[in-house]
Design a protein around this ligand. Sequence first.
Ligand code: NDP
Length: 241
Amino acid sequence: MNDTLLVTGSSRGIGRAIALRLARDGFDIVLHCRQRGDTIEAVAGEIRDLGRNARVLCFDVADREATRDAIERDIEAHGAYYGVICNAGITADGAFPALSDDDWDSVIRTNLDGFYNVVKPLVMPMIRRRAAGRIVVMSSVSGLMGNRGQVNYSAAKAGLHGAVKALAVELAKRKITVNCVAPGLIDTDMTEDSVNGEALKIIPMQRTGTGEEVAATVSFLCSPDASYITRQIIAVNGGIC
Ligand code: NDP
């Protein structure tokens, strides 16, 4: 059995925490980021130290052709994946009247098109394995509630909810589950400018979350114990609702 999981955007932040947690759980990991460098190689080294296989793919998830080529080549060489964690994402915040075309396009292309670009080339090989599989997509509290200054990001993440729910129905008979995880405010590079007293006031737990706390939920969804959970959006947000 090839129990390999692709984790997109795993050079740092939540994706790195997910990759390390899944390696600890016994999975081999295909790491991914935009450009090869010391950061992603260090994560690969940590995974190999845990006794698991790690290899690195680098491509821009917004670039459909590059994404398809890299994933198809990897599957041809190593076999179909058990699953994927679609985690790579960006923000480009601003009040809507001030949002540039590029802020809109880049956020939709990376967060929403990125899901399509990554999942499309790997899903048929997953189906052909005729075994259980997992697709976990990183959404956000912003996609559930809509955040001020994040019309682009909220649209992209809410779009993922629809895509995940529809794909879950299509793949249910194949034993492949498809779910979203929707974190709240998590301490990473992405949020270094937005963690302040005002932000913490809306979180009942009055603190930011950690990548490891998000990774624990992803780990559960990837485990055999989660075999009957599909088409769900699971919030990990310290009680925001
Ligand atoms: P970080 O900014 O810390 O890390 C982002 C990761 O995504 C990096 O590995 C980065 O690679 C990769 N990435 C970004 N854009 C692209 C692209 N176009 N192509 C390939 N790789 C890309 O983000 P977080 O860890 O905070 O966020 C991870 C996910 O969680 C995102 O989807 C985000 O929307 C979501 N999220 C985060 C929250 C938070 O509070 N932090 C809250 C809710 C959701 P590289 O190193 O090469 O740049």
